[in-house]
Each structure stands twice: as structure tokens, then as C-alpha cells.
Design a protein around this ligand. Sequence first.
Ligand SMILES: [Zn+2]
Length: 307
Amino acid sequence: MGKYVIGVDVGGTNIKLGLADARLNVIDRTKFATECFASDPTFLINEIAKQISSLIERNAISDRNISGIGIGLPGIVDHSKGIVRFLPNISGWKDIPLKKILEKKLGIRACLENDVNLIALGEWKFGAGRKVENMVCMTLGTGVGSGLILNGSLYRGYSFSAGELGHIPINEEGPVCGCGSYGCLESYVGNKRLVLRASEMINDPDISLEKMHALAKKGNRTALKFWDEAATHIGHALVGVVNMLNPQRIVIGGGVSNNHEFLFKTIHAVIQKKAMKVPASVVKIVRAQLGNDAGILGAHVLVHEHK
Ligand SMILES: [Zn+2]
């Protein structure tokens, strides 16, 4: 009998759960709105446990055939102690021993990880970073983050907060950022900022990134300029990353990366022009391959290999 893994992706909007079999097929999935349970961590934990139990029940799997539960959380996670240190976008989450609580409730081993680290593990083992020892997996969405695979293992940093690529300053006098600092990459290319910038440029209060994509596809000059500007900002932050880490591959995912056809060429050009020649000549910029399943497959890596 194959061993199953349950992946849980805790997001500020939705909590997504998936059941993967030993062949990495995601055979069942479910999700629920975070908002309904966000007032207290206890409510949210109880709901996660309830949803895990019903996922197991409706697939008629015995608990002993489940290798573990891998949980990705949007914040700082001490994976070794199984404690969620802090979630900036879900209230009340400070120093919560989630691993212990879930293991007691469910009797199944639970592993915790930062959500972008989980995506990086998935892309590294099964997606766009296969067979690569040094890679940066960048996510472009409401937030901008990254997971770092260095010398063939996940780099978490001394207090587990490494990879905050969205908070690399690209302009010391730039706009105020959600983190409290100024001019961070995220304050230029986080989803909400991009929509604001688009409405400024195109003079349409109902503009969306989907509309900007469609306009650029038709050759609209303002829309093309908008994407070029975003790509230039991303490229500049990545010049620092390339010079600092000398990665072999930079994998870019997240909702905003669906506009890759208007982003990647400029990102690549900025890196080639501004980064040092030795690291710039080897780095490849590629799209993430696993989409929404990256976190669930990352849970598979976490539970089986990366304890
Ligand atoms: Zn910031």
C-alpha cells in the first residue's frame, strides 16, 4: 500500500488542502475561506484538523498509510520545534505550537514550514528546479517572497526568516512598504501596487492586471510600458540576488508571473546588463511548473526527505 501525504497551504484568503499518493498524484483536494475562522487561532486549527479528518475519511485511507501532514504557513515558522512564530496577515498567531496540537488531535506526524519554502521544495524536487543544487524560487503575488535552495538544501536562515526577497530595498527613498520600511521591491511589484500603478498609467479606476495583460497582447504601448517597468524593478532586485548567491536557476511563480511573456525578457536583460559577468552568464530565469500543486508536492518533500 502506498504512503500518502496531506499538504495544507495556509493563506490569508484560503486554506487549501490536498491529498497526494506515493506517485505524487494529487488525488483529492479541498479548501475553505480563512476569514470565517480567522478571529482566533484555536478556531482555525480546529477547522484544519476537521478538514484533514474528512479528507482521510472520504478517501477511505487508514491513518497508518499516511506518512505525514506538511503545512505551509505565510510567516515565520520554527520548523525544528514545530512552532509558528508569527503570521503577519492572520491575527493572533504568535508562538503557537501547531505541530504538537495537530499531532495530539489527529495522531499523525505533522511538519511545518514557511509557505514559500514549501513551494521552493516542490519546484526543486518535482518542478522547474529539478537536478539543480542552487536555486532561488521567487513568488510574485499579493506579497513577493522567495525560497532558497543552496548547495542542495533549503536555506532557512538563523531565525527562519531567510528569503524575504520582497523586502529588498530597490530605492532608499521609495514608497512606504507593508513591512514598515521604504522602497522595498514589494512596494513596487506587489499585486496591489501594480494595480494602483496600472490605474495611474491607464486612467481607468476599474483596471485589473488581467486587463493590462490583454491590452499588452494587443500591442497597447502604455500596457507594454507598464509591464516593462515592473520587470525592470524585479530585474534590479534580482541583480542583487545573482551577485550575492550565484544561483544556477531562478524559478518565478505566483499569479503575477502569468504575465511572463511581458516580464521575463526584460528581467533577463537587466540581469545581463547589470549583474557581474560570472554569475550573470550562468543563471537561467524560468517559470514555475507546478502551479497550485507546488505547496502540496513540497509537503511531500518535507514529510519524506527534509525533516
Ligand atoms: Zn518591505
